[in-house]
Design a protein around this ligand. Structure first.
Ligand SMILES: Nc1ncnc2c1ncn2[C@@H]1O[C@H](COP(=O)(O)OP(=O)(O)O)[C@@H](O)[C@H]1O
Ligand SMILES: [Mg+2]
Length: 279
């Protein structure tokens, strides 16, 4: 029997808007097994990012429980969660969220240094990580000098720097074309095999979802396991249209994500060995 890594129990999430409460998640329950690639699909606005943000602790549940390896995350304070997140989760965002003033190698070093590694060790490990995503030649480039596919590779290297228990990916291929999206999926599948990592990923893209071990559909605030007949009920064609359209910005959400990223991936204080461009 496979081991359960993550468990979501009857999770509700409600946003208080001026016009009244907006119930986005209405009793979400699921399990993620060790070594599994689980895809969550749903049309735009169905609550995919909301759910992942709850897992990563960017936002808090209205009610319900989230457990990782049996530990109840929804009981942790903000500070406790920050430490826990650093040790257990890697997250990949559709908009990468690399630190723009830092080079690729520095972006990857940050979580290592925060986790207490010496700069020398962090540098060595960061080079290895860049190698594993085939980005070593880009080590000294700033994010602005990289393509979207390259940025996502660097973001993956950063996400796995501290050997997380699981990887949370919010539409990892959304800003990429099909071929690049496939490459990113190859990388993620490789990680599952090599690093004993479990992955939860949202996507609009049916071809990306098709690569998962299991697909859950988010609909009316609930998750339902995809069965063959549901595949027809889920309008993949419409979803694909939305997928191809430009990313709609949710200002509030983006700000929150940026805040958490900069908290989690604070700039290291000492920076001797790595040269980087000054603005
Ligand atoms: N911080 C927020 N405040 C208010 N409403 C939000 C917030 N974040 C998301 N929403 C709303 O929740 C719904 C689900 O959004 P989201 O989780 O981003 O969907 P998806 O990722 O599936 O496109 C949308 O109606 C969105 O406008
Ligand atoms: Mg989203």
């Amino acid at each position: 029997m496979s081991k359960v890594v993550l468990r979501c129990e009857n999770v509700y999430k409600q946003y208080e808007l001026r016009a009244g409460p907006l119930e986005v998640l209405k009793g979400v329950s699921f399990e993620l097994n060790e070594g599994e690639l689980l895809a969550i699909v749903g049309i735009s606005g169905s609550g995919k990012t909301t759910l992942l943000n709850l897992l990563y602790g960017i936002d808090v549940v209205t009610s319900g429980q989230i457990l990782l390896d049996g530990k109840i995350l929804t009981d942790l304070s903000k500070d406790e969660f920050r430490n826990f997140r650093r040790d257990n989760f890697g997250m990949i965002f559709q908009e990468f969220y690399l630190i723009p003033s830092m080079t690729a190698i520095e972006n990857v070093m940050v979580p290592l240094i925060i986790a207490g590694k010496s700069e020398k060790l962090a540098l060595t490990k960061a080079y290895k990580l860049l190698e594993s995503v085939e980005m070593r030649p880009m080590a000294n480039k700033l994010p602005s000098q990289l393509s979207n596919g390259q940025k996502q590779r660097i973001a993956i290297a950063r996400a796995i720097a501290n050997n997380p228990r699981m990887l949370i990916c919010d539409e990892p291929s959304r800003a990429l074309d099909t071929a690049l999206g496939d490459e990113i999926m190859d990388l993620i599948e490789n990680l599952i095999e090599k690093e004993n990592i479990s992955v939860i990923m949202t996507t609009h893209d049916p071809e990306i979802a098709a690569r998962a071990d299991r697909v859950l559909i988010i609909r009316d605030g609930k998750l339902v396991e995809e069965k063959i007949k549901d595949r027809e009920a889920f309008d993949f064609k419409a979803a694909k249209e939305i997928y191809r359209n430009p990313i709609d910005k949710n200002q509030d959400q983006n700000e929150k994500v940026s805040e958490v990223i900069s908290e989690t991936h604070k700039k290291p204080k000492k920076k001797k060995q790595v040269k980087r461009k000054k603005k």
